[in-house]
Design a protein around this ligand. Structure first.
Ligand SMILES: [Zn+2]
Length: 249
């Protein structure tokens, strides 16, 4: 009998922890173009289309069986899921958008404005960012201007970098940008204050964990998604079985 009860509990996924889940992705399919995600020494931040599709299937499966819904990044609602992509790679438009839009899953892309306005076309161009922003469920946030570590900058440099990241993106989108993610997840008290002063109201870190409505909107935790995550790992991350990992990040 105990075995049967254990089996039933194993088959019905239950959230181990409550809170808003913000998933952090980077690229899907970038390695096929012969380039890699910046600083991705472990090769975990660019996954194939097959790996990504399998992960989205698993996330949707958990969402269905637990009653969690997908919400745009920027709202903290208990037991909901937001999907984010850092760095603004072009595959957000060519690979990711077709999949997530077809499934009506909202997603958020963090774009570094100087890269957007630069010549390296592994990053989204201004026209591509606008095209994405016009798709249903797609929202855009800042990710620094030049993708430098914000904690490494002097006070005037920090203010200028944050201001440029916001204003340059707003000029392209023709609307207010008040969300951001910290490049490399680097944030300290000065960066937190400067982000607030620059007009950002909601920001994602790389610190592992779920979020409660009472949490600091400028210090939102995320769940890091890796290319090698199989169905079971993805399910466990969404359910909260990996939240001990927050102690290490
Ligand atoms: Zn980044």
């Amino acid at each position: 009998m105990a075995g049967l009860v254990g089996e039933v509990f194993r088959l019905v996924p239950r959230p181990q922890a409550h809170g808003h889940r913000i998933l952090m992705y980077h690229s899907v399919g970038l390695e096929q173009s012969g380039t890699t995600v910046d600083g991705d020494t472990l090769g975990i931040y660019s996954m194939t289309l097959a790996q990504f599709t399998q992960q989205i299937d698993a996330i949707q499966g958990v969402a269905r069986s637990t009653g969690m819904s997908f919400v745009p990044f920027g709202s903290v609602l208990r037991d909901t899921i937001s999907i984010t992509f850092d760095d603004g790679y072009t595959d957000a438009l060519t690979v990711i958008a077709p999949i997530l839009c077809a499934r009506q899953i909202p997603f958020h892309i963090f774009v570094s404005s100087a890269r957007m306005n630069g010549s390296d076309r592994k990053y989204l161009s201004p026209e591509q960012v606008v095209e994405l922003a016009n798709m249903p469920g797609v929202t855009i946030g800042a990710h620094g201007a030049t993708h430098r570590s914000l904690t490494s900058l002097s006070s005037p440099e920090l203010a200028a970098e944050l201001q440029a990241s916001k204003v340059d993106l707003e000029a392209v989108l023709q609307k207010t940008v008040n969300t951001m993610s910290y490049p490399f997840g680097h944030v300290d008290e000065s960066v937190h204050k400067a982000s607030h002063d620059a007009g950002f109201t909601f920001a994602a870190t790389s610190k592992w964990g779920f979020n409660e409505a009472s949490g600091d909107p400028l210090l939102q935790r995320r769940i890091d998604m890796w290319s090698g995550d199989n169905k079971r790992t993805v399910e466990n991350k969404i359910l909260g079985h990996w939240n001990w990992f927050g102690l290490l990040t």
